[in-house]
Design a protein around this ligand. Sequence first.
Ligand code: XIL
Length: 388
Amino acid sequence: MFFRQSITRRQTLHLGLAALAGMGACAQKQSGKLVDQDNQAQLSTSFTIEGESSLKERAAAKGLIYGAAGSYSALSSNPEFAAKFAQECAMLVPENSLKWLTLRPSREQFNFNQGDWLAQFADRHDMLFRGHTLVWNQSLPQWFQNNVNKGNAESLMREHLQVVMKHYAGKVHSWDVVNEAIFPQHGRADGLRLTPWLQTLGPNYIDLAFEIAAEMDPQAMLVYNDTRMAHDTPENESRRTNVLKLLERLKSRGVPVHALGLQAHLWGWGKVPFLEPKRMRAFLHEVAQLELKILVTELDVADNQLPADPQIRDRLVAGAYEDYLSVVLDEPAVIAVLTWGLSDQYTWRSKWPRGDGNPVRPLPLDAQMNRKLAWNAIARAFDHTRAR
Ligand code: XIL
């Protein structure tokens, strides 16, 4: 009954195959007729996997990297979580420790304590280490906001990249050099977000950031990272168009950008549909044609609007993971998948709580560190993709 009331025909059309299959398998238990005849064929899909090997092993078998964002506080205080992290992940990205707010209490001081601890943790467990993030409109300390101006913005940027990138030089697989520069809602023809960097240095602040970054750590892969490109909405479409234009412009000027990061903070099925696979593949292909690699950098699935029953919710979340990854991994330029966290115990998604007060479940492991269907879905996507 519950399902009939809460899932409309229109909404089921927005579900991808795996989500439908997952929902169907579960829904059938509750009500034999919920998923209509058209979808019966898909009900045989389940999130079954072969073997017990970890996500990093399954990814590596296909020449891919699997990793996750981890916070200093979680990894340094919870040994069980840290052990799971090391077991599943081949790459660690500090969730907040390499952002300005953590690194720079003042212009003169740099605080590398958390970042260094995480870099050592990664090293101890043979994980790659990713840098996130150097030039962004968020996480800027008050002292920066009070002082930045046209006269000092370039030197502030240069000084930051010089000190931070040189500190970690040789240890970083890839740096998110510029994060979230596109924001079509701000109304500029080039789609750029109005940020202190844009307002002081103009649109070339992006070129400048990559040029300085290449100088400071010539070994690191330099990534342009942005959000909201997975769904079939006018806003997401405009981002895809503007991101592509930006990357084309950078490449045509010889700016050293090496990869696009797709954040992929996905909405669960109830909110908005995914971009249809053909169009998503075409978008990724266009990026790849620019001789750029692609990383899925911050994958998670919002479940705050999904039904309360955790079993149903987990199936829908898993379906979203599988639908998204099975399409994105078709593009050979995709080299890595990182989830934004590993366990539901530590997720930024809890900032958007569910109306019913139940904890959110957006990640591969539950809050007790058990593998969920989302884990299976990611494992299956790795198992089914072609080797790089
Ligand atoms: C988020 C962290 O997860 C939170 O803990 C923090 O309070 C805010 O930032 N896009 C990004 C990430 O590039 O840095 C953000 O991380 C999530 C959205």
